[in-house]
Design a protein around this ligand. Sequence first.
Ligand code: ADP
Ligand code: MG
Length: 206
Amino acid sequence: MWRIEGRFSSKRNRVWLMSGFKGEVCVLKVYSKPEAGVEARILSRLGAGGLRVPFVLDQGVNWLRLSYFPGRNLCELWEEAEAGGGDGKELLWPLLDWLKQYHSLDLGGLNDLNWRNFILCNDGKVAGLDFEEEGGGTLLEDLGQILAYAITYDPPFSKWKQNWINWALPAIVEYFNFSFNLNILESNYQKALTGLLKRRSSNSEK
Ligand SMILES: Nc1ncnc2c1ncn2[C@@H]1O[C@H](COP(=O)(O)OP(=O)(O)O)[C@@H](O)[C@H]1O
Ligand SMILES: [Mg+2]
């Protein structure tokens, strides 16, 4: 028997934190569409590749029971960094480490790089969540998306965020050992931002 301990915020699905007899915790994700099979398959593939993602403990047609990552959601940390007078720079590196490792598996790009889909674990490493669609795209497109999401969180397009982006663009090029240049990264960022704003204006996705 599992007991509900709390509910995570989710627009598309219903996601709960559950606890068992011995105090063990897990996450129950119930899908609004029958996507459990797709996500379970992607999670197993990523986990087998050594990437930090939830482990599928159990599954049904429209639900998965997943291992829980204690830690903080990266989007919340990002908004808190700005509100609390931090510089937010420390959040970039673990996210890039995760993304770099993901791309070393050569499975294509990700579709959803919302910062809410990353947990900063207590050891300082990032875990990735939420893989309901098969990948496509490139590392540069993913990096563009990370930056595009970053600038749109609350308060969107603030001076603080613009400064952070101006710092992050060359820092990312350096992190990836100059395997691409600043202009290309910047144009991927602009393209991702245009796409994101268009999607947001046509639905209520955050
Ligand atoms: N395994 C997990 N460990 C910790 N938190 C999780 C886990 N799975 C989901 N969450 C939390 O629940 C939220 C929603 O889950 P997610 O898989 O992203 O579903 P959705 O499709 O609704 O975005 C996440 O943003 C995260 O805060
Ligand atoms: Mg999500």
